[in-house]
Design a protein around this ligand. Structure first.
Ligand SMILES: Nc1ncnc2c1ncn2[C@@H]1O[C@H](COP(=O)(O)OP(=O)(O)OP(=O)(O)O)[C@@H](O)[C@H]1O
Ligand SMILES: [Mg+2]
Length: 383
């Protein structure tokens, strides 16, 4: 007779041949039966065959059933173990249950009771194992998802970082581009009218050089992305930064017919921070103001005012203004109304991040068709 591989397996451990063989005969029609005459032999079969139930005598020479039970439990916590006890050995049976046996049957056993107990326990093992298997699969799936999520987050933050980097490079490059055009125009005029006195280009070259240096600094900073946030804060002068930014943007504003009105505190307005970051934050706001005012040939008023504990950088424009619905969105990454002018929508998002990294705040007031005022407030270094 061939045994179906799907038949549940039962392991019988008993040193006496009589009960061992009678159990084999009794269970054979419904189970694959393995028999062992000692705990040692039984353990070996357990490890090889992973039976669905173990029936073990308690009293055996050598390793007894109770010690055997302990070892079975160490190997397989889910297999059902049924102990065979001598008549009236209730205490031993209780001890076995306490140690993790699932059931016990007194010898001599009743065939029907034995079949019932085994069928019940085989079922219990299968349910337990299926549950354990499903739980292991869920754990495995969960681990995989967590790993994927971590990778996606890393990729997303890298993508975000590259987009911010592209945006950061955009500001100084726009300035360089503006000045190169200006110089080209000067050269052209000179070529048209040779012999006229050459207008000085030192100022323009200086601004170009400064902005190329900023590009290089940004590049170095972004190359070590990840440590950007952790860059140590140094004393920086906000007044000097605003002055530099205004100098860089000045001729672009004039080129676009926008008037710049500037009022910068004589005080250095020193705070602990990162110069490159604060520069980009202020630059973004001023460039936005110039862009918003270009069409109307409006005015941009920039002030840097020192308070007792903070410095306010205020950028007021008489440009397009914004609707109430638009204002809450402007600090979101990628929100832009300048798609046609290749705006990335990252400018104000970056500004807000930098301001918050320096424990400051940014406020906006705007009226459509009238204009907009941004106020960046940064805490000063304590003296
Ligand atoms: N001063 C302003 N006046 C009117 N609208 C503004 C002003 N500043 C910002 N906005 C609005 O907020 C949006 C987001 O500004 P943000 O600087 O984040 O991106 P952007 O200027 O569109 O793109 P990028 O900064 O990459 O050039 C702008 O597209 C514009 O609609
Ligand atoms: Mg912008």
């Amino acid at each position: 007779m061939t045994i179906s591989p799907d038949l549940p397996q039962v392991l019988v451990i008993d040193d006496e041949m009589g009960p061992r063989e009678s159990l084999r005969m009794l269970l054979k029609p419904n189970y694959q039966v393995h028999t062992a005459s000692s705990v040692e032999a039984g353990i070996k079969i357990l490890q090889e065959k992973h039976p669905d139930a173990v029936i073990s005598d308690i009293r055996m020479p050598g390793t007894n059933g109770i010690d055997g039970l302990r070892r079975i439990r160490e190997i397989d916590p889910h297999v059902a173990v049924i102990m065979l006890t001598g008549f009236g050995a209730l205490e031993t049976a209780q001890e076995a249950l306490r140690l993790g046996a699932n059931d016990y049957i007194s010898k001599p056993f009743d065939a029907r009771e034995m079949r019932d107990v085994i069928s019940r326990n085989v079922e219990r093992t299968r349910v337990q194992r299926t549950g354990e298997h499903a739980a292991a699969e869920i754990r495995e799936l969960n681990n995989r998802l967590l790993k994927e999520l971590a990778q996606k987050e890393r990729l997303a933050s890298l993508g975000q970082a590259s987009a911010e980097f592209v945006h950061d490079l955009g500001n100084p490059l726009t300035i360089v581009w503006g000045y190169v055009q200006l110089l080209a125009k000067k050269l052209e005029q000179q070529e048209k009218a040779p012999g006229t006195e050459s207008p000085t280009s030192a100022k323009e070259l200086n601004i170009i050089e400064q902005n190329v240096r900023l590009c290089r600094e940004l590049l170095t900073m972004w190359q070590s992305y990840g440590s950007v946030e952790a860059a140590p804060h140094k004393p920086i002068s906000v007044s000097a930064i605003v002055r530099e930014v205004v100098k860089g943007i000045g001729s672009i504003a004039t080129g676009n017919g926008v008037e710049l009105i500037v009022d910068i505190s004589e005080d250095p307005c020193t705070l602990m921070g990162e110069g490159v970051q604060v520069t980009r934050a202020i630059q973004n706001v001023i460039i936005n103001a110039v862009q918003a005012s270009a069409e109307k040939k409006g005015k941009v008023t920039i002030s840097c005012t020192r308070g007792d504990f903070y410095v306010d950088v205020r950028v007021e424009d008489t440009g397009t203004g914004m609707t109430a619905a638009q204002i809450p969105k402007i600090f979101e990454p990628y929100f832009t109304t300048k798609q046609h002018k290749s705006g990335t929508g990252l400018g104000l998002y970056i500004t807000k991040k930098v301001v918050e990294d320096h424990n400051g705040s940014i406020k906006v007031d705007s009226t459509p068709e009238v204009g907009t005022t941004f106020t960046i407030r940064l805490p000063l270094a304590s003296k």
